[in-house]
Ligand binder design. Structure first.
Ligand SMILES: [Zn+2]
Length: 291
C-alpha cells in the first residue's frame, strides 16, 4: 500500500546507531572489529547465514528489545520464557537456545553472565576458543533466529483485522526494509491507506532516513498530504499527524503510483494477517516477497 524510496542506505545508518563509538573513532579495537567481519564473511556457508551473522553482530536484528527501543513494538517479553527478548537472549540465553546449543557437537562452555547482545558472545568465543567450528556455530544461530520468527506467524483471518504494508527501497530500487503490521480494528480502504502512510513515515523515521520519496496508490491520500485538496473527515486526524511527522525529514516528495507498481507493499499488507502484531525486516527479504 505504501513505499518509501530512500536515498540513504538503511544498514549504514543502523550501524552508526549501533556503534556510535566507531563513528566517532573512539573504538580502541577497530582491528578486532575488522577481524570479526573478516571471520563472518569468510564463513563457508550460504550467503543468507553470513548475512544473518553480520546483522546479528551489527545489532540490527529486529528483536522485540530493538523494536521497542525504536518505539515499534509494544513489549520486549520473550514468548517462550518471559525474559527480555534481546539478541543475546534469543540466540544464547533463552531455555530453547540452551537446549539447542547443548545438542550440537560444538560443546561450547557455559557463560557466567549472558550478554544482552549476541556480538559479545561471539567476541568471547573468538578470544577464548577461536578454533571452534564457526560454520556450525553460525548455522545453529541462524536456525534459532528463523525458528523464532516462524513461530510468530499466526493466522488471524477470523478476527476481521486489517493490515498495513510498508516497503523501503534505496535509490537503486533495492529492498532495504519491509514491514507488515496488523491493526486491531477493521478499517475501510481509504482509512487503511492513510494508516499505511502514517506507519511508513514512522518506520522511515525509526531508520533515521533523512530524505524520502513517499509512494502510495491512493490518490486521495496523496492529494491530502500535499494539501492539493482537503482530507476527507475519516482520515483528517491521521493525515495531520503524518504531516507533523514529515517535518522531521530534510526533504520529502509524495508520488501517486498505480496499484501494480505498488504490488510489493500490497503483499506486505496482506501478509499482516499472518503476524501477531508487527513484523519488520531490515536488510533482509521477507519470505512472502522472495516467493
Ligand atoms: Zn526466552
Amino acid at each position: 500500500m505504501f513505499t518509501v524510496n530512500s536515498a540513504y542506505k538503511v544498514a549504514q545508518t543502523l550501524l552508526r546507531e549501533a556503534h556510535p563509538k566507531l563513528e566517532r573513532g573512539e573504538c580502541s579495537d577497530t582491528a578486532g572489529m575488522k577481524s570479526l567481519w573478516k571471520q563472518i564473511w569468510s564463513l563457508n556457508c550460504p550467503n543468507k547465514v553470513r548475512m544473518f551473522m553480520w546483522r546479528a553482530c551489527s545489532n540490527i536484528l529486529p528483536t522485540k528489545y530493538q523494536l521497542r527501543a525504536r518505539c515499534i513494538g509494544r513489549d520486549d517479553v520473550c514468548d517462550l520464557c518471559g525474559g527480555c527478548e534481546t539478541s543475546g537472549h534469543i540466540l544464547w540465553g533463552c531455555k530453547v537456545a540452551r537446549e539447542v546449543w547443548s545438542n550440537t557437537r560444538l560443546k561450547l562452555p557455559l557463560l557466567k553472565v549472558i550478554p544482552r547482545d549476541f556480538v559479545d558472545i561471539v567476541w568471547d568465543f573468538l578470544e577464548r576458543w577461536p578454533r571452534i567450528n564457526w560454520e556450525l556455530f553460525a548455522a545453529t544461530a541462524w536456525g534459532l533466529w528463523n525458528n523464532r520468527n516462524s513461530g510468530r506467524h499466526r493466522v488471524f483471518k477470523e478476527l476481521g483485522c486489517c493490515g498495513v504494508g510498508v516497503v523501503i527501497k534505496n535509490e537503486y530500487g533495492q529492498l532495504m526494509g519491509a514491514m507488515s503490521k496488523k491493526c486491531d480494528f477493521s478499517l475501510r480502504a481509504l482509512e487503511a491507506e492513510a494508516k499505511a502512510i502514517e506507519e511508513g513515515i514512522i518506520f522511515a523515521r525509526e531508520l533515521s532516513l533523512r530524505t524520502v520519496i513517499l509512494e502510495s496508490d491512493a490518490q486521495v491520500v496523496v492529494k491530502s498530504l500535499t494539501e492539493k485538496s482537503m482530507a476527507p473527515s475519516s482520515i483528517i486526524m491521521v493525515i495531520e499527524g503524518a504531516k507533523l511527522s514529515l517535518r522531521g525529514f530534510d526533504s520529502w516528495v509524495d508520488n501517486h503510483i498505480c496499484r501494480i507498481e505498488n504490488s510489493t507493499a500490497h503483499i506486505m499488507a496482506q501478509n499482516a494477517r499472518f503476524v501477531s502484531d508487527v513484523n519488520v525486516w531490515v536488510e533482509d527479504t521477507p519470505p512472502v516477497i522472495e516467493q
